[in-house]
Design a protein around this ligand. Sequence first.
Ligand code: DX5
Ligand code: ZN
Length: 231
Amino acid sequence: MRNLYTHPRRLPLIAPSILSADFANMGQECRQVLDAGADSLHVDVMDGHFVPNLTMGPDMCRALRRAIPDVFIDVHLMVADPGGFIEPFVEAGANHITFHIEVTAPENVAGLAARIREAGATAGLALNPPTPVDAVLPHVDSLDLILVMSVNPGFSGRAFIPAVLEKARDLEPLVSSLQRIQIDGGIKPSNVQSVRESGVDLIVAASAVFGVPPVKRAEVIGVLRGTQALP
Ligand code: DX5
Ligand code: ZN
């Protein structure tokens, strides 16, 4: 299946995570970052079990789809039971769903990815900083993207863990031009160059984008993408 995430890209894609948006003005915040050049919206779903925080569910996805009909919605499931949420999120408008290897038995990865595609979205597999890259290597061919977590998930604004870039370097020769290497956590204008150089071509950022005033966001997105120099 082809969508924005599975077309060959020359430039990295930028996916602002709405976790750092102003929740009281969500529609306006999302339209603003898309107007500022963002490629998609990254929706961080946390269940209070896999990670020690609670965020949002399919209803947020549905509201975004209704408010911005053509937006690409990238759902990151940080939940203990990803299988329970695939159809609800795709029916609510998700274009892409990523689940975690830490809560998925190796023999179930391909099946979950197939279910995501049958529902109508593309599929990603995430690994946390302590998880070795070997855990995802056998599954690369079944997925549209691998998400290398660069913080321990749960909250925005945590410090980037540079050692995870080694995993992106290991993955880079193994993915096709139709597959992405995504990174998520602590990405800032000050560290993004090393991230892009590691082979990452899909960059999630919450606080770096939503934590600056709206008028500065186009510049931040350009710097993250590498099309604009550091201010
Ligand atoms: C990790 C989430 C991330 C996080 C990124 O808990 O999956 O998407 O919110 O936030 P920043 O970019 O602020 O580190
Ligand atoms: Zn995320």
